[in-house]
Design a protein around this ligand. Structure first.
Ligand code: OXD
Ligand code: MN
Length: 594
């Protein structure tokens, strides 16, 4: 074995000595290997063949009913010093965490195969990409990693060249929720995950590596690892602007990444290109712009709600060669979930469908599919240098107060907008209704270090030579007093993206307010939309008293990160509070520059 792979070989030997598998398989990422895994899982009952006439190459996996989601309360970020993990993470001392989880790994692969999965997050030749190796005893994980990452021989060759990689050790274990941990050791660039086969807990390249470990690595190396989609908007002149957007879950990231513009736009020649739907790594380029790659090669999307009206591109992507997890099936064995036409015959647990048992598909049921199967997949998604980012968007589910769109006046204000973002709970979710949960940059479950340091890292990009993207905040979820959504969303979000591009290119002037820059009258293109003036006014109103309460609440939230809260963010919060106060004392100045 070549010298740069010696450390990898030694680690695999050590893990095998601890977990004692019956055999070790080094994954090469080939088609033959993938087909062999599928056959083995069909034979063992880990996969069920779906209707091969309607859905060629599609299979269903039913997970343990107690293992269907990420487990944030069992997820730890173990920096040597607790204060480096911050109040935003659970912490355990690294030695204690290793001892606890290694005791679970002891002998856990007896009789099973240990798979070694070398993978690359990002285009294989990209200097922005980073490699990892996941060891797992789950063939389902191997098959999903092959879809979600560049996995196998090419990744191993890069690891051999570079000698560095993130180590991830996973075992499905006994799936006992009492014996389940997802541990991260950022200083050791190591992940250990035991007791869950669910995607976010088990596909270690995704949330564990590409967000929690990578965010910490990015901080040290001067880049950003973010929970953002990346979408390219091409105008009729053939110019493409790339937008990176962060939203908490259940806010439609995959739909926005695959948006189909309204008919008038399509007729005029506008096009949308999908680069990524969940994770974005952004590096400053030599020209001062931020360049982004999607570190993933596939989509691990939520199935329910995906339909011909909400996301036809996703639906087309998953019509073949897709692994479905915890969806229902129809009488003729097609995958089914709430939002699709037709009726389910069998629910996600394999029981005959009975509405008394709840939804037919699990609300967190998923599809895993190669990104290149998406009709709008951007050729630039494979570009080693990444795509230049024109705009960064933050957003959440806010039934009131937050306007449809607003632009930050500068980078610091934009960082404040991202730090303050949140989503309100709805009647559909358990717990109290209308409770606002702050989720800074949509990274609350994924930031691998102290949020105060993370905000400081964001602020540090504001350098004299930098040509930073403009930052916006959107809210697709405003409701009128009767509880109806004010904005149609989905494809019509294109109208808001177009205004952002008009701002980036200097073609729209906007309207300066205390909370940021909003579209001036007539700047949002609304042709073909059934939206009356009153609705538009509500969507773009600045309720000064409401905002004064909001900015005070933001101030309190930020205080929870003292003493690591950067003073600049604090100043920015005070500046907006003062601009609101002067607007309140002379309302005619609402249009004043903040
Ligand atoms: C998530 C996901 O939980 O993308 O955010 O799966
Ligand atoms: Mn996500």
């Amino acid at each position: 074995m070549a010298s740069k792979l010696e450390a990898l070989g030694r680690w695999v030997d050590d893990v095998a000595a601890l977990t004692r598998p019956a055999r070790v398989h080094w994954c090469d990422g080939s088609d033959g290997e993938y087909q062999g895994l599928l056959q083995q899982m069909l034979h063992d009952g880990d996969l069920i063949e779906l209707n091969q006439q309607t859905h060629p190459g599609c299979y269903l996996h039913r997970s343990d009913p107690a293992d269907v989601a990420r487990v944030e309360h069992l997820t730890f970020v173990c920096h040597p010093q607790q204060h480096d993990s911050g109040p935003n993470n659970h912490w355990m001392a690294p030695a204690e965490a290793h001892a606890k989880i290694d005791a679970l790994f002891d002998g856990c692969m007896a009789g099973r195969t240990l798979y070694v999965i070398p993978y690359c997050m990002g285009p294989i030749d990209s200097p922005l990409a980073r490699c990892g190796v996941e060891i797992t005893d789950s063939p389902y994980v191997v098959a999903n990693m092959r879809i979600m990452t560049r996995m196998g021989a090419a990744a191993l060759a890069r690891i051999e060249r570079e000698g560095t990689f993130v180590k991830g050790l996973h075992s499905t274990g006994e799936l006992d929720p009492e014996r389940r941990f997802i541990m991260h050791f950022p200083a050791e660039r190591t992940i250990k995950s035991y007791g869950s086969g669910y995607g976010g807990n088990a596909l270690l390249g995704k949330k564990c590596h590409a967000l929690r470990i990578a965010s910490d690595q990015a901080r040290h190396e001067g880049w950003l690892a973010e929970h953002m989609l990346i979408v390219g908007i091409e105008n009729p002149a053939g110019e493409t602007h790339y937008i990176a957007a962060a939203f908490p879950s259940a806010c439609g990231k995959t739909n926005l990444a695959m948006l189909i513009p309204p008919e008038g736009y399509r007729r005029d020649g506008w096009k949308v290109w999908t680069v990524g739907d969940d994770i974005c790594w952004m590096h400053p380029g030599n020209d001062g712009q931020l360049y982004a790659i999607n570190p993933e090669a596939g989509f691990f999307g939520v199935a329910p709600g995906t339909s011909g009206s909400t996301n036809p591109n996703a639906l087309e992507s998953i019509s073949h060669d897709t692994i479905f997890t915890n969806v229902a099936v129809t009488a003729d064995n097609q995958p089914w979930w709430e939002g699709l036409p037709g009726t389910p015959a069998t629910d996600w647990q394999g029981r005959p469908y009975d509405p008394a048992n709840g939804p037919a598909a699990h609300p967190n049921s998923r599809f895993t599919v190669r990104a290149r199967q998406c009709p709008t997949w951007s050729p630039q998604a494979e570009a080693p240098q990444g795509v230049p980012i024109s705009a960064i968007v933050f957003g959440g589910r806010r039934p009131a107060l937050l306007p449809l769109v607003m632009e930050a006046r500068d980078w610091s204000h934009g960082v404040l907008m991202g730090a303050a973002m949140g989503s309100e709970t709805t009647a559909a979710a358990t717990g109290a209704v209308g409770v606002l949960r702050r989720d800074s940059m949509a990274m609350k479950p994924f930031c691998g270090y102290h949020y105060g340091d993370y905000f400081a890292h964001w602020l540090s990009f504001d350098q004299p030579a930098a040509k930073l993207p403009k930052i916006f905040h959107v809210n697709w979820f405003r409701k009128d007093p009767s509880g109806a959504f004010l904005w149609p969303g989905f494809g019509d979000n294109m109208r808001v993206l177009e205004w952002m591009i008009e701002r980036v290119t200097g073609r729209a002037r906007g309207r300066q307010t205390a909370i940021g820059i909003l579209p001036a009258t007539g700047e949002l293109k609304l042709e073909g939309l059934a939206l009356d003036q009153h609705q538009l006014d509500q969507l773009l109103a600045v309720n000064v008293a409401g905002w004064q309460a909001e900015i005070a609440a933001i101030g309190e939230y930020l205080e929870s990160f003292t003493p690591r809260l950067p003073e600049r963010l604090h100043q920015e919060q005070r500046r907006v509070a003062e601009a609101l106060a002067s607007t309140a004392s002379s309302p005619q100045r609402e249009a004043a520059t903040p």
